[in-house]
Design a protein around this ligand. Structure first.
Ligand code: PLP
Length: 395
C-alpha cells in the first residue's frame, strides 16, 4: 500500500519499535513499590523529561493521557466556571466537546485563519457567568444558560479559549502567540490543540505562550495509546478521571508505560522536524504534477503559513467518496477532508467555515505525507489522479 494519510495516523518509526520492544514484555506499573514498579516509574519519568525538554517545558508540566482526544476533553472540561470559545475549524475532539459545553465559535477568514478582531470583540462582550447559572448545554455557536450541577460552584473568571495550532485538513497554521496575547489581556486561558503541528513545525511551549497544549503520539510515528496535555503547573484543572493519584492527581489510571516510552522515542526523533524540508519538496512536486494534469483543479495552498506535509485538493465534479474508492482500489491510502468514523463522509466543516462552496468541498481530498513518503509515492498518486480525472472527463 502507498500510504499518504499521515495526518490520520502514522506507521511506527523504527526507533520507536526498538524502544517499545525493549520494555513490552515486562510488568510495568509505575505505582508499585517493588523493583518492577521503580523501573516503570523511571521509564515514565525519563519519557516525561525527554518530551518536556523537546518541547521547551518543565517535566511537571507534562500530563500523560491516552489520546489527543482525551487531552482536549480534559482541557475543555477542566475549568467548568469559565465560558468557552473555540475556533470554527477545530477537530471534532474540540468542536464536539465545545458544542456540548455550549461554547461560542470564533470565525475564520477565507484562508482558515482565526479573525483576531472577532476574538477580541467576543472576549470583550462575554457575559460573565451569572449567580446560580453557568454557560452550557447549548447548540454549537450559542451560549445558553442552564442550571449548574450542584457540585460546581461558580467562581467566574475569564474565558477558556481553544484554538488549534495547525489544521488537520488544510495544514493552515494559526498565529498562536498573537492570539495568546489577546486572550491573556482579557483574563482568559488559551488551550492549543497541537496534535497536527508536532513533528511538522518546530514547537516551543514558551514561545507559543499557551496555558495548555495537546500533543499525540500516533501522528508522529509513535504508538496509539499515548498523548499529553502540557499544562502550566499552577493551573488547578479539574480531573475527568478520578481514582488513583497518578499524574499528580490530575488523571487517574495506570500509565501505559510501553506506549509512553514509544511516544518519547517518537518525540526525540521528530520534535525538531528533521524531515520537514524533504516532505515540503515532495508536496511541491505533487502540486506541480496536479497543475500540469488539470490547471483548473483547486489546490488549497494559501499565502499564510501551512504545514509542509499536507495538501488538500479538489477533483472538479467527482465526489470525495468516488475518489477515495478509486485510490483505495489503486492501492493508495488518502483521506477526504474530514475523517469519517462511520464510513460516511460529511462535507468538511473546516472548508465550510472558510466559505468554500459546498460542491467544491464535496470533491476535496487530503494527501498527507510523512517520514516514509517517497518520490515514487507522489508519482503513483499523480498517475492514479490523472487516470480518474481523464475517465471522468470522457464520461
Ligand atoms: N486534534 C487534531 C487536530 C487531530 O487531527 C486529531 C486526530 O486526528 C486529534 C486532535 C485527536 O487525537 P487522537 O487521535 O490522539 O485522539
Amino acid at each position: 500500500m502507498i500510504y499518504l494519510d499521515y495526518n490520520a495516523t502514522s506507521p511506527l518509526l523504527p526507533e520507536v519499535v526498538a524502544a517499545m520492544q525493549a520494555v513490552m514484555g515486562e510488568p510495568l506499573n509505575a505505582s508499585s513499590v517493588h523493583a518492577g514498579g521503580r523501573r516503570a516509574k523511571k521509564l515514565l519519568e525519563d519519557a516525561r523529561r525527554d518530551i518536556a525538554h523537546a518541547l521547551g517545558a518543565f517535566p511537571n508540566e507534562v500530563l500523560f493521557t491516552a489520546s489527543g482526544t482525551e487531552a482536549n476533553n480534559l482541557a475543555l472540561r477542566g475549568f467548568p466556571d469559565r465560558p468557552i470559545l473555540v475556533s470554527a475549524i477545530e477537530h471534532a475532539a474540540v468542536a464536539k466537546t465545545a458544542s456540548l459545553l455550549g461554547a461560542a465559535v470564533i470565525p475564520v477568514d477565507a484562508h482558515g485563519v482565526v479573525k483576531l478582531d472577532a476574538l477580541r470583540e467576543m472576549l470583550a462582550n462575554l457575559i460573565p457567568p451569572p449567580r446560580g447559572g453557568r454557560l452550557g448545554g447549548g447548540q454549537e455557536g450559542t451560549n445558553v444558560l442552564t442550571s449548574p450541577p450542584p457540585s460546581l460552584p461558580l467562581q467566574g473568571g475569564g474565558a477558556l479559549v481553544s484554538i488549534m495550532l495547525a489544521n488537520n485538513e488544510t495544514g493552515v497554521i494559526q498565529p498562536i502567540a498573537a492570539l495568546a496575547d489577546i486572550v491573556h489581556e482579557a483574563g482568559g486561558l488559551l488551550h492549543v490543540d497541537a496534535v497536527q503541528a508536532l513533528g511538522k513545525i518546530p514547537l516551543d511551549w514558551g514561545l507559543l505562550k499557551a496555558d495548555m497544549l495537546t500533543v499525540s503520539s500516533h501522528k508522529i510515528g509513535g504508538p496509539l495509546g499515548a498523548a499529553a496535555l502540557l499544562i502550566r503547573a499552577d493551573l488547578p484543572i479539574r480531573p475527568q478521571l478520578t481514582g488513583g493519584g497518578q499524574e499528580l492527581g490530575r488523571r487517574a489510571g495506570t500509565e501505559n508505560i510501553a506506549a509512553i516510552v514509544g511516544f518519547a522515542a517518537a518525540v526525540r526523533a521528530t520534535a525538531h522536524c528533521p524531515d520537514a524540508t524533504r516532505q515540503l519538496m515532495l508536496r511541491k512536486a505533487l502540486e506541480s504534477q496536479i497543475r500540469s494534469i488539470a490547471p483548473e483543479a483547486r489546490q488549497f495552498v494559501f499565502p499564510v503559513p501551512q504545514l509542509p506535509n499536507t495538501l488538500m485538493l479538489c477533483m472538479p465534479g467527482i465526489s470525495s467518496e468516488t475518489q477515495l474508492m478509486h485510490f483505495d482500489l489503486s492501492g493508495i491510502a488518502v483521506s477526504a477532508g474530514s475523517a469519517c468514523s462511520s464510513g460516511r463522509i460529511e462535507p468538511s466543516a473546516v472548508l465550510a467555515a472558510m466559505g468554500v462552496p459546498r460542491e467544491e468541498a464535496a470533491s476535496a481530498l487530503r494527501v498527507s505525507l510523512g517520514w516514509g513518503s517517497t518520490d515514487a509515492d507522489i508519482l503513483a498518486f499523480a498517475d492514479a489522479w490523472k487516470a480518474l480525472y481523464s475517465k471522468a472527463a470522457k464520461a
